[in-house]
Design a protein around this ligand. Structure first.
Ligand SMILES: Cc1cc2nc3c(=O)[nH]c(=O)nc-3n(C[C@H](O)[C@H](O)[C@H](O)COP(=O)(O)O)c2cc1C
Length: 311
């Protein structure tokens, strides 16, 4: 997620969820080919399995980006055909490309020829007011012919005009049924559900019909959702691992706040959550750039834990 899932965030989420597949935010071909490659692609080996998500519509440029991501050691390349932002439409990529399945297929072909890495596609159930299942089905069928076998479907339309990117994640209604139908029609393809998933019962209901789920905002705001066991002491283990990480990173010049900002939700819904957030976002403490802030906050939250009820 742009501006959210940077490498510090992914390292943190990896401590919480040892097996989840993590994704970079979208990196456009222009940014990668003309920008600071290391800044976009660097990641910690602990993040594996990790996918690089690309945005673009020029097969040769996408292929060049795949080559770079393969050199960097990514496990998967994901092509973003779901982003509705106007800026992206002008660059001729994102969700508007759902109307050009042959071009997307050419992109996937060129990307697959470049490396051994799996190329997956993230898309919407439709664009604008197109409410037809066939539109999405034909898109997926054409792109699958180019060798893509995994489709991550954000289960709402992208409205390309009149809604902000934020509204495009909330306003068009969720349509899970189209995604289930897609799986029934293409049982050999891996179909992953995305959009509005925030609880384990929801995750399990989708997994009963599909191959996977992708969580965005819920995982960011309530990261402990990704850990099946909600025991408080295990949160402490995560904080200790992040303390060691922050010591390494701060010694290289990283600002502590770039790490702690992703950890604010760790105690979401738990005793001490407010105090945890306050301490980790306290500008005065953060200015000292001392990773021990994480241990102090942990001590505070753990000692604030109510005593277990007497038997
Ligand atoms: C701040 C923000 C940035 C996002 N950036 C991306 C992105 O770079 N690539 C992408 O595929 N989706 C991006 N998304 C969309 C999410 O990946 C996801 O598809 C959407 O939020 C619906 O899933 P959710 O309800 O689990 O959050 C972004 C979402 C947010 C909130």
């Amino acid at each position: 997620m742009m501006d959210w899932t940077d490498r510090h965030c992914r390292y943190f989420l990896r401590q919480v969820a040892p097996r989840a597949r993590l994704y970079t935010e979208m990196i456009t071909t222009g940014a990668l080919l003309h920008g600071d490659v290391a800044r976009h692609l660097d990641f910690d080996p602990a993040e594996h399995p990790v996918a690089a998500q690309l945005g673009g519509s020029e097969p040769a440029e996408l292929a060049q980006c795949v080559r770079l991501a393969a050199q960097w050691g990514y496990d998967e390349i994901n092509l973003n055909i779901g982003c509705p932002s106007e800026r992206v439409q002008h660059g001729a990529f994102g969700a508007c490309l759902m109307a050009e399945p042959r071009l997307v297929a050419d992109c996937v072909r060129a990307m697959r020829e470049t490396s051994h890495l799996p190329v997956t596609v993230k898309h919407r159930v439709g664009i604008d007011k197109i409410e037809s299942y066939d539109f999405m089905r034909d898109f997926v069928a054409t792109v699958a012919e180019a060798g893509c076998t995994t489709f991550i479907v954000h289960a709402r339309n992208a409205w390309l005009k009149g809604l902000s990117p934020k509204e495009n994640r909330e306003v068009p209604p969720l349509n899970y049924e189209f995604v289930y139908r897609l799986k029934r029609e293409f049982p050999h393809l891996e179909i992953v559900m995305n959009g509005g998933i925030a609880t384990w019962p929801e995750i399990e209901a989708h997994l009963a019909q599909l191959d996977g789920v992708m969580l965005g905002r819920a995982a960011y705001h309530n990261p402990w959702l990704l850990a099946r066991d909600g025991g408080q002491s295990q949160r402490a283990t995560v904080v200790q691992a992040m303390h060691a990480y922050a010591r390494r990173e701060c010694a290289r010049g990283t600002a502590l706040r770039h790490i702690t900002r992703h950890m604010l939700g760790l105690y979401h819904g738990h005793h001490g959550a407010r105090r945890w957030r306050q301490m980790l976002s306290d500008a005065v403490r953060l200015a000292t750039n001392d990773p021990d802030l994480l241990l102090s906050a942990l001590d505070t939250v753990e000692s604030a834990r109510p005593f277990p009820a007497a038997a």
